[in-house]
Design a protein around this ligand. Sequence first.
Ligand SMILES: *Cc1c(COP(=O)(O)O)cnc(C)c1O
Length: 355
Amino acid sequence: MLDIKVTLTKNPKTKPADESALGFGRIFTDHMFMMDYELGLGWHNARIVPYGDFSMDPAAMVFHYGQAIFEGCKCYRRADGGLQLFRAGDNLARMTRSAQRMCMPALDEETAMEGLKQLIRIDADWVPHKEGTSLYIRPTMISTDVGLGVHASKKYCFFIILSPVGAYYKEGLKPVSIYVEDEYVRAVRGGVGFTKCAGNYAASILAGDIAEKKGFSQVLWLDGVDQKYIEEVGSMNMMFAYGNKIVTPRLNGSILPGITRDSVLKIARQLGFEAEEARLDVHEIFADAKAGKLTEAFGTGTAAVISPVGVLAMEDERITLGDGGIGPVAQKLYDTLTGIQYGRLEDPYGWITKL
Ligand SMILES: *Cc1c(COP(=O)(O)O)cnc(C)c1O
């Protein structure tokens, strides 16, 4: 593990006074963690420095060929005031898997984890206290080689920034409306759908924008080949409940393997639900919803944790699920998972790291 040099800010910022108005990812703490990579030298220069601008050459490869990957995880404040990370090590391991696909170096996960812990201890007062709030953690890796030849960069920068956040959706646990995208696709098999690369988001913004203008809050992506199998939502995996049975699209290389998805599947089985990963035909899902067999749909992801779907729409069809409110399955899973994350419930899975 690398030594981490710490430089503290001389100009600490004023912390937000009203924790109910935090929003998502709009304000950042006083410090950030950084380290550099160079072929032959490996990771080096691990440091915690005051949060601030980067200075980069306009020919840095990340601006042109887009080798950029990120992660998202959270630190929670318990009722006793203590802080705890939820599955952050799994996020760093996923970043290494993203890196391999993007021809970027494996992360020094040990130094990154130690850097993250030190960074949060330094900025601990930024972790909000109010119910439903948390500290969002954004690890990112970018290519920094200068030059316009298309090849793998030899230099990279890894950094972690922190943002105190409120509930992801302004509506809270209120259900979202989702539009099934049948023209554009997000990812194809053999591509980079399973990675958290910046380009996946760039490719998804147009469809998200169109859906928003139609009055929907999210896009539901179909597979890139047949355009009929359900993949996932913008930044969430999808789950469907048939009474006591939960089904979710199986991981096929074009879906992001969500850590919340994995957590919810494990918790669901522990709670006595049946949980199945399968290939889900969107037309069958719509038929089941219309027949009243499909009782709930919800998204899972770090930012919103669980987000119930109230309305599903495709072409001219529009289906309201249940009574359009949060269903009992989503509520139970939300209560159990957030209970573990905030330390209200015991963690039998080894997911929590106390700071
Ligand atoms: C990050 C992300 C998710 C959710 O993953 P979590 O690890 O649960 O936060 C789902 N889909 C996409 C496309 C994502 O980028």
